[in-house]
Design a protein around this ligand. Structure first.
Ligand code: PHE
Ligand code: ZN
Length: 885
């Protein structure tokens, strides 16, 4: 907890460390009521830090110091200074050894940072600044050391003892205890340290690397989960192969381990050779995990594995550079997923997510650049901007350089900086040096926050056969950044003729056309491109594949959007045209609702979706994506003032109308796909994901008609299916339906059947928390009393409270402020036990500027109440105070 107001930390204040740690030797004695940690640090003066011997300031929090030695001399209280965050002492030589012994209490650590216990096992989470809760250290990523770790524990309770690197010795002690020693030869910062002790089973496999080295792969889980590990293991092997093929990156230790833990603040952690995962990102099998969960496991396993190079072998100099490893690694895992599954569908999902959530962050009080220049609490900067926008920035570099030069750049980056802690500038420099491309202006994507707008207008000159696109870019002010300079925006486009064919693209001044789809570089605030030899008025297909994270506007008519939906050869843009058409139609309905008029759905939306549904040659996953209307979150993000009730009413009206009008084709598609599902055992592969996604979205539309045969179909699917994807969808459509008896029965049966599976119960909580029928808050409050719910488990908090505030917008934004009061109460309670989770739940309240005056006042009042509620963690304090500023 905070004793004084947290201080702002600035990138511009960065200084190299005064001292370095060459070797770290750790011994952990794990007991039920405390743990002893002995650390021996082999240190020296940093030759890059100037002359003299300044005081040595070690980080340390919540540690009980038992003994401290400098070069074997025991230090007395007069020899050092101790505060609640630092230990300071005076070295007398350039090289020295520090020995410390501390006592810590993992058994009562509820913040899940440092060493803690989860379901009876010991585990660690050190990123970003958790290692200082384990021992006194230079807890900063530019201090890189080799580690040797010995851990001892009671043999019976903790048969498995793990740490980073390779196992080098083990043995038993008297009193039923045993020990093991691990050695990690690769220098690493403390945030990559990990330790695990528990009663775990593992699945073991092998991987032969590109240079024919044999690597042992192990995934450790609680014994009852050993049947849910194969998918993660398959994903790991695919990731290792992919990173060799696409990036030339080979694994470096003899063993790679993943451990699943139930209580984890984030998704997973890339500790060297010993990744620790939220069990939700490891465990997957047909009966208990949905298709989305299977894909998430594959993506997260890949992400953490890829960090071995982009993050571990080459790490960050300081935490402002977080996107150096995260943006790059998200880009790498997105490309991996695109290669393993459907590339277009993956892109659609990522863009929809980015535009709904990252754009909202970039427009709110916590907006910050991909490389922030200040923070109070680094845990608050594991954001959508650093991760997802950071990945978009990498994608733009890939687009600008092309795949070959990008690969040359990444090879140079890894070769040049292996074993170092570096900056985003170093990454860009490697890309520039390898490609010869000047990225000076491009780097503004790292330093300027906010989502750029790109307004495009056209003019066609029939006499001259020229077509001109006029572009204007701008970027709204964000906290601390009033004015922005123009970005480099890669704009991929094509021009379509009246038959939908792509025209050859020749700019004024070029002697011949350069392809039919190309990337233009928009670099100025206002700029025009003129194409020659354009014999008819074309229709532009702009920002193909979402080639830049911007808000594009072009005055498309609804008929033009329908044309693009049918004819654009870029799959992403076909989907995008459908979304834009739906946005126009929904915004019209929102206006009608606000004016108290009768709602009337534009029949063109029905016609457009009918032709999608009736097109058998379209990938079924694409059909499903095109049938999905823009979400309430996205409609909120693109509104100036979001009218929660009108948005919900308009979207539900459109869905119900579509369901009635398209009943026949939806029912045909549903039945055909359900028939295949009924006769095909579950397979976690792309074509099967596609079939089930169309089946399930069809069912969710059909259910809106309330027809008895649809209810019967939902019940049949619920009861007879062999997998969680179909079961959970059937449950969700029942929960959102008016069939009270069937709903209650299904919820009860589900909970009885899955009550011992925490991850499945999370889904059960979420489905109910997201149900937009009236009375949402009361249902959530009742569920908090359910025996399977606990505020101590972050997955449960996210499943119930997070899903309510983040997905159930009509109920959360109830006009009486009850949703806001509820969320503030939960944040105040979590602040005392788990500040990181508390702070993350605040997101929806920070967006208060989006709403009407009355809701704004209610939301602000709750933020004020949190601020006045007592001792706030730096995590919660930073978000609340910035939101109110
Ligand atoms: N570095 C982790 C990842 O992105 C995320 C993480 C951050 C996990 C902080 C725990 C704590 O893969
Ligand atoms: Zn990561």
């Amino acid at each position: 907890m905070r004793t004084e107001q947290p201080k702002m930390i600035y990138l511009k204040d960065y200084q190299v460390p005064d001292y370095l740690i060459d070797e770290t030797h750790l011994t952990f004695e794990l007991f039920e009521d405390h743990t002893l940690v002995h650390a021996q640090l082999v240190m020296r003066r940093n030759p890059d830090a100037g002359a003299g011997l300044p005081a040595l300031v070690l980080d340390g929090q919540q540690l009980e110091l038992l003994e401290l030695k400098l070069d074997d001399r025991v230090l007395g209280a007069a020899d050092y200074q101790l505060t609640d965050s630092h230990l300071t002492l005076q070295p007398t030589q350039e090289q020295f050894v520090i020995d410390s012994s501390v006592r810590i209490h993992p058994e009562s650590n509820t913040a899940l940072e440092g060493l803690y216990k989860s379901s009876g096992m010991f585990c660690t989470q050190c990123e970003a600044e958790g290692f200082r809760k384990i021992t006194y250290y230079l807890d900063r990523p530019d201090v890189m050391s080799t580690f040797t770790t010995t851990l001892s524990a009671e043999q019976h309770r903790y048969p498995v003892l793990l740490s980073n690197g390779n196992p080098i010795a083990s043995g038993s002690e008297e009193g039923g205890r045993h020990w093991a020693t691990w050695e990690d030869p690769f220098k690493k910062p403390a945030y990559l340290f990990a330790l695990v002790a528990g009663d775990l089973w593992c699945v073991e496999d092998r991987f032969t690397t590109m240079s024919a080295r044999e690597v042992t792969l192990r995934i450790y889980v609680e014994p009852e989960n050993i049947d849910k590990v194969q998918h993660a293991m398959d994903s790991l092997k695919k990731s290792m192969k992919w990173d060799e093929e696409v990036y030339g990156r080979e694994y470096d230790l003899d063993i790679f381990m993943i451990v699943a833990v139930n209580d984890f603040n984030m998704g997973a952690m890339e500790n060297k050779g010993l990744n620790i995962f939220n069990s939700s990102c490891v465990l997957a099998k047909a009966e208990t995990a949905t298709d989305a969960a299977h894909q998430r496991v594959e993506a997260v396993v890949a992400h953490e594995y890829f960090h071995n190079w982009s993050g571990n072998r080459v790490t960050c100099r300081d935490w402002f550079q977080l996107s150096l490893k995260e943006g790059f690694t998200v880009f790498r895992d997105a490309e991996f997923s695109a290669d393993m599954n459907s590339r277009t569908v993956k892109r659609i999902e990522d863009v929809a997510y980015l535009r709904t959530h990252q754009f909202a962050e970039d427009a709110g009080p916590m907006a910050h650049p991909v490389r922030p220049d200040s923070f109070m609490e680094i845990s608050n900067f594991y954001t959508l901007t650093v991760y997802e926008k950071g990945s978009e920035v990498l994608r733009m570099i890939h687009t600008l350089l092309g795949p070959q030069l990008f690969r040359k750049g990444s090879d140079l980056y890894f070769a040049r900086h292996d074993g170092q802690a570096v900056t985003c500038d170093d990454f860009i420099k490697a890309m520039e040096d390898a490609s010869g491309v000047d990225l000076t202006q491009f780097k503004r994507w790292y330093s300027q926050a906010g989502t750029p707008r790109l307004e495009v207008s056209e003019s066609y000159d029939a006499a001259a056969n020229t077509y001109r696109l006029q572009l204007r870019q701008s970027c709204p002010a964000t906290p601390g950044q009033a004015e922005k300079l123009p970005f480099v925006i890669p704009l991929e486009l094509a021009l379509l003729d009246a038959q939908g064919r792509e025209l050859p693209l020749q700019l004024v001044g070029e002697d011949k056309p350069v392809g039919t789809s190309r990337v233009l570089q928009v670099t100025q605030a206002e700029q025009a491109f003129t194409f020659v030899n354009i014999a008819e008025q074309p229709l532009p297909s702009l920002l193909r594949g979402f080639s830049a994270p911007v808000k594009l506007s072009f005055p498309y008519s609804r008929d033009q959007l329908m044309f693009l939906m049918q004819h654009d050869s870029d799959g992403f843009n076909r989907w995008e045209a459908g979304q834009q058409l739906a946005v126009q139609v929904l915004q019209e309905l929102i206006g009608q609702h606000q004016r108290g008029e009768l709602l009337v759905l534009d029949p063109r939306l029905v016609a457009a979706l009918r032709s999608v549904l009736e097109n058998d040659s379209l990938d079924q996953a694409m059909v499903a994506e095109m049938l999905s209307l823009p979400g309430e979150g996205y409609l909120t993000e693109i509104s100036d003032v979001a009218d929660v009730d009108a948005i919900h009413a308009a979207r539900e009206f459109a869905r119900a109308q579509l369901a009635e009008a398209l009943f026949e084709p939806l029912w045909a598609r549903y039945q055909a796909n359900r028939e295949v599902s009924r006769n095909t055992p579950y397979v976690a592969e792309s074509a099967h994901f596609a079939r089930r996604s169309l089946q399930n979205i069809a069912l969710s539309y059909l259910m809106l008609t309330g027809k008895p045969q649809v209810l019967a179909a939902a019940l049949e699917q619920y009861e007879a299916c062999d997998n969680m994807t179909e079961r959970l969808t059937a449950l969700a459509v029942l929960v959102n339906s008016p069939f009270e008896a069937e709903k209650a029965e299904a919820l009860k049966a589900f909970a009885e059947h899955f009550k011992d599976n925490a991850l499945v119960m999370d889904q059960w909580f979420s489905v109910q928390a997201a149900c937009t029928l009236p009375g949402g808050l009361a249902r959530v409050q009742a569920l908090m009393q359910h025996p399977a719910f606990t505020m101590k488990n972050p997955n449960k908090v996210r499943a119930l409270i997070g899903a309510f505030a983040g997905q159930n917008l009509v109920n959360f934004h109830a006009a009486d402020g009850s949703g806001y009061r509820f969320l503030a109460d939960q944040v105040i309670s979590l602040n005392a036990t788990n500040p990181q989770i508390a702070s993350r739940q605040l997101g929806p309240l920070t967006r208060w500027r989006k709403y009407d005056a009355s809701r704004q006042a209610l939301m602000r009042a709750e933020l004020e109440r949190i601020l006045a509620s007592g001792e706030l963690s730096s995590d919660v304090f930073e978000v609340v105070s910035k939101s109110l500023a």
